[in-house]
Design a protein around this ligand. Structure first.
Ligand code: ATP
Ligand code: MG
Length: 587
């Protein structure tokens, strides 16, 4: 496939990037020096909430805006660092009054409302382990996760309680306290619940964080469930070192930035980069309660003067569907950096950023398990569209092959496909899959963490995503990554999104089959089908191009926006769909 030209930003206006000369920064970097960028607790130790909030809540930054909350219906609420400290102090005190002990698990099931942010930070102060759950989950996935996580406390809203918790409460014997966020049109108060507003109003606004060991558990996140049953990944307070530094390097946080992370805290991105990383860097975060709506998003970017924006490929593809004209009706003089994570970012999408916002989109790669960004395209570095970029300073990434004996071989030549591995030991590395010790152990070999993703590294040190090990297609002796085929399809003007699977075949072992959703204004027809087949064949050659293309109104996705290829495959082959707890409704 012809690769799009490198976007060399060397001559463009870049301000003063935190990561200037990549090689030099990598050579002088160490995680212990990075920890020195943080405060530490007065009595020793490290606590995420202290770094995110308390240390900015004094002196000149105390009255700086920490969070600007945009309500679904147009109301706004602003929280300074000082206010956020007081609110999270009250929540931590409330937990103490209830007798909730260090290490106990606090779950939060709420939309993106201010109480969610306060509860996460307050629970961290109280040294509890906090797990934000995505509010659109149904009762069953909520119950499964709360059981795995052994939830002691749940913070939720009155309506979510009535709809989703009341019916399963009896099956959660370890759940001791349910704290309800009151709502204007709420159902009547439920038995055996407490009013969060009341509790916090009565609690003291002062709180001293008890000594916290950097290795104390802090956060529990469930994976997206793209490849199977979601796993509960446990992270420790030390993760904040990686959250902080990766925010500086990969998102280029500067003190005056207004930052918008569009992810929900129910997914790791929405916590690591929607709460911890920007606050630890002392920037102002925009939080939008509403769901995706292209026009609303453009308005927020313009009106809130967003300068750094972190979003996801699905959202970019949805914006692309509507074309550049709606973007161009507004101006974004403050916007200076756009990044994306969660799925492969097709080269077309990187270029669309340039066309629409005059800014390329910087792809970066990481996982729930890694806790923070591991590979990224940086402000100071040329972008090769379609590449995930280069490892963060302090992160050693390699292409690995597993030997028959179970050992690991590190591939040193460029452009060889293999499993993407990270040298174990970065601070935000997960410390367990809850209740799945064996599975956790299997992720590591010879000092490497094996990601389960396939990639290659080019001669310049850029990493290229091939596909998840589970999704790679074996056809007539070739290994085909779905991403390459999907990106080629995306180059066609009619294609909004594409998902590619291997379909069993008696001769070739598997053949490539593509599912395509069309942009507004195009409709499915046998002619378009033939045209697309020919279009991709010309780009990729017959060995790699799909043999079949089907049209779908939309592709099945996780609620965090990832295409579920395993579901496309199961549906194609008439097999059971497996765990669909994270499936977005209607897909
Ligand atoms: P599960 O592990 O339950 O199947 P998941 O892997 O989708 O779900 P996450 O931890 O949310 O759960 O996602 C991490 C995965 O997302 C990565 O392993 C990778 O496959 C994909 N991913 C994330 N960022 C990128 C990127 N920039 N390019 C390509 N793939 C990406
Ligand atoms: Mg995964």
């Amino acid at each position: 496939m012809p690769t799009p030209p490198v976007i060399d930003k060397a001559r463009s206006k870049q301000g003063n990037p935190n990561l200037g000369r990549y090689e030099e920064v990598c050579a002088s970097f160490s995680w212990s020096k990075a920890r020195g960028l943080l405060d530490g607790l007065p009595g020793g130790g490290l606590n995420i909430a202290h770094e995110a909030v308390d240390r900015h809540a004094q002196g000149t930054t105390a009255d700086k805006l920490a969070i600007r909350w945009l309500g679904r219906n147009g109301e706004n609420r602003d929280f300074t660092y000082r206010q956020l400290r007081e609110l999270s102090n009250r929540f931590a005190n409330a937990l103490h009054q209830l007798g909730v002990a260090q290490g106990e698990r606090v779950f939060v099931l709420a939309g993106r409302i201010p109480e969610l942010y306060v509860a996460v930070l307050g629970a961290l102060k109280a040294r509890c382990v906090v797990c934000p759950l995505f509010s659109a989950f149904g009762p069953e996935p909520i119950e499964t996760r709360m059981r795995i996580g052994d939830a002691k406390v749940l913070v939720t809203t009155a309506s979510l309680y009535a709809k989703k918790i009341a019916g399963i409460r009896g099956r959660l014997p370890s759940l001791k306290h349910v704290l309800i966020v009151p709502e204007a049109e709420a159902p009547p108060a439920q038995e055996a619940t407490l009013d969060l507003a009341d509790l916090c109003a009565r609690a003291s606004p002062d709180y001293r964080i008890e000594p916290t060991d950097a290795q104390d558990p802090a956060l529990l996140h469930f994976t997206s469930g793209t490849t199977g049953k979601p796993k509960g990944a446990l992270h420790v307070h030390e993760a904040v070192v990686a959250h902080h530094v990766t925010g500086r390097f990969a998102l280029d946080f500067h003190p005056d930035d207004i930052f918008w992370c569009t992810a929900d805290p129910g997914w790791v991105t929405g916590t690591s980069y929607g709460i911890i990383s920007p606050l630890s860097n002392g920037v102002t975060c925009v939080v939008d309660e509403a769901d995706f709506d292209a026009e609303r998003w453009y308005e927020i970017l313009e009106r809130e003067k967003v300068s750094v924006w972190y979003t996801a490929p699905t959202a970019v593809r949805m914006m692309m569907k509507g074309g550049v004209a709606p973007v161009r009706r507004r101006t974004y003089p403050h916007l200076r950096f756009i990044a994306s994570v969660g799925e492969p970012l097709n080269p077309q999408a990187v270029l669309w950023g340039q066309e629409a916002f005059d800014l390329p989109i910087h792809d970066n790669w990481w996982q729930t398990e890694t806790g923070g960004i591991m590979i990224a395209n940086y402000l100071s570095m040329p972008i090769k569209p379609g590449s995930m970029g280069r490892p963060l300073p302090g992160v050693e990434a390699s292409i690995l092959k597993r030997s028959a004996q179970g050992g690991i071989e590190v591939v040193s030549e460029p452009d060889v496909e293999g499993e993407l591995g990270l040298r174990a030991g970065w601070p935000s590395m997960f410390r367990a899959y809850l209740n799945e010790d064996e599975r956790y152990r299997k992720c590591f070999a010879d000092g490497w963490y094996l990601s389960g993703d396939l990639a290659r590294r080019d001669a310049d040190g850029y990493f290229w995503f091939i596909g998840r090990a589970d999704d790679v297609i074996k056809s007539s002796g070739h290994l085909i990554g779905p991403f390459e085929v999907e990106s080629a399809l995306m180059e066609h003007p009619a294609v909004a999104e594409a998902g590619v699977i291997g379909k069993p075949d008696p001769v070739a072992y598997e053949v490539v089959k593509a599912f395509v959703a069309l942009k507004t204004g195009f409709s499915a027809s046998p002619e378009l089908q033939r045209e697309l087949l020919a279009f991709v064949r010309k780009r990729l050659g017959t060995a790699v191009a799909p043999k079949e293309i089907d049209f779908l109104p939309t592709l099945p996705k996780t609620r965090s926006g990832k295409i579920m290829r395993r579901l496309l495959k199961a549906r194609e082959l008439g097999l059971p769909e497996g765990d669909t707890s994270t499936l977005e409704s209607g897909t």
